[in-house]
Design a protein around this ligand. Sequence first.
Ligand code: PEP
Length: 256
Amino acid sequence: MKKKIIIGNWKMNPATVSEAKVIVAGIKRTALKLSKVTVALCPPYIYFSDALKAAGKGKLAIGVQDIFHEQAGSYTGEVSPAMVKNAGGTYAIVGHSERRRLGESDSIIAKKVSAGLSAGLTVVLCIGEHTRDDHGVYLAFIHEQLMGALSKVSKKFLKHLIIAYEPVWAIGRSDKDAITPRLLHEMVLYIRKVLSDEYGEDIGRHIPVLYGGSVFVNNAKEFLSEGMADGLLIGRESLKPVEFSTILKIAHEVRV
Ligand code: PEP
């Protein structure tokens, strides 16, 4: 049984470094005890090194919410994958819908995925349709996003890739607006099929496919069990140590 992967995306929160440290410390207490979950938190860059210190060595990984696609140079305001890696970061979210909304194109995302993997980071590539339709147009959209983002990646790096399927219509909503486990299962199978067709069944089967979009304590289990997701990418609830820790325990206990 593969370990479940639970990743917290703090987005542009919290307001102070002391709050950030309290959240990390609260989550760490639970994460340390759970052998069947891999846990990573992605705070804003400004809290990155404090989060790393608070996490300490071991079970709780710290990552970032975005990276630039070059490793060094004259790029004001950017942070390279190599800098993240050298500073002790292990995960990088790439292609989140909130960055795509700010203008990030598929071709920039492809460069970022490649740069992150080449620098030795585990890249969490976010994909997801805006809307659903009855004719499967959303499936073609997912296919294009996935293949576009991986177009510059060499096969040898794929073992450090994670896909986060995050339907845009389900992000930042209520638990009732999240995807159903049945529809999620279909998407996990579809994403695996696209990856298998491109890279072979062995690779297709082993790339973790996570779900993100309005995950809460009361619906986390169904995404991991019936939905067959390999883990979860969690926004709001990752800022709440008690709730996030409960989700970690659920992931630790789930049998799939
Ligand atoms: C996200 O933005 O990646 C996300 C899943 O957010 P939330 O859990 O708050 O819906």
